[in-house]
Design a protein around this ligand. Structure first.
Ligand code: RTP
Ligand code: MG
Length: 142
């Protein structure tokens, strides 16, 4: 699989609960390095563009309301098999179905407020990283 990069977001619920550090710590303990990071408040336009694949789904309005409800942190994680590793650390979309010890099981309240986003494929990761970061903002760690 090799070294990959993936996009992670700590969603508004995670930021307001003050658990960003704990979430970053899980990435680092799993061997993922943060190679870019920032905090911002998503506009509706940004949130709709980012989640464009879900436009028209019944949960889309609630998803956009939630993602624009407060600041988020956006980070690029790098490491061996980073895309799948991050998805494993996150747990299932619905925290009630998320395996014990995953980020969503430990920090999320509901399928809407589910603490983190992670790219679901290498293709999504490339698109999502470019959505938030210029190439010059990605820092080589070696
Ligand atoms: P994410 O994109 O945020 O990492 O979440 P995911 O891959 O685990 O799930 P995805 O299918 O991409 O859905 C994006 C977000 O939409 C909300 N959702 N609600 N009520 C529902 O059936 C439903 N399905 C999805 C969730 O907040 C999910 O994180
Ligand atoms: Mg998704």
């Amino acid at each position: 699989m090799g070294v990959q990069r993936t996009l992670s977001i700590a969603k508004p619920d995670a930021v307001s609960k003050n658990v960003i550090g704990e979430i970053y710590s899980r990435f680092e303990k799993a061997g993922l390095s943060i190679v870019a990071a920032k905090m911002l408040r998503l506009s509706r336009e940004q949130a709709e563009g980012f989640y464009a694949e879900h436009k028209g789904r019944p949960f889309f309005p609630a998803l956009i309301d939630f993602m624009t409800s407060g600041p988020v942190t956006v980070q690029v994680l790098e490491g061996e098999g980073a895309v799948l590793k991050n998805r494993d650390l996150m747990g299932a979309t619905n925290p009630k179905e998320a395996a014990a010890g995953t980020i969503r099981a430990d920090f999320a309240e509901s399928i809407d407020a589910n603490a983190v986003h992670g790219s679901d494929s290498e293709e999504s990761a490339a698109r999502e990283i470019a959505f938030f970061f210029a190439t010059s903002e990605l820092c080589d760690r070696v």
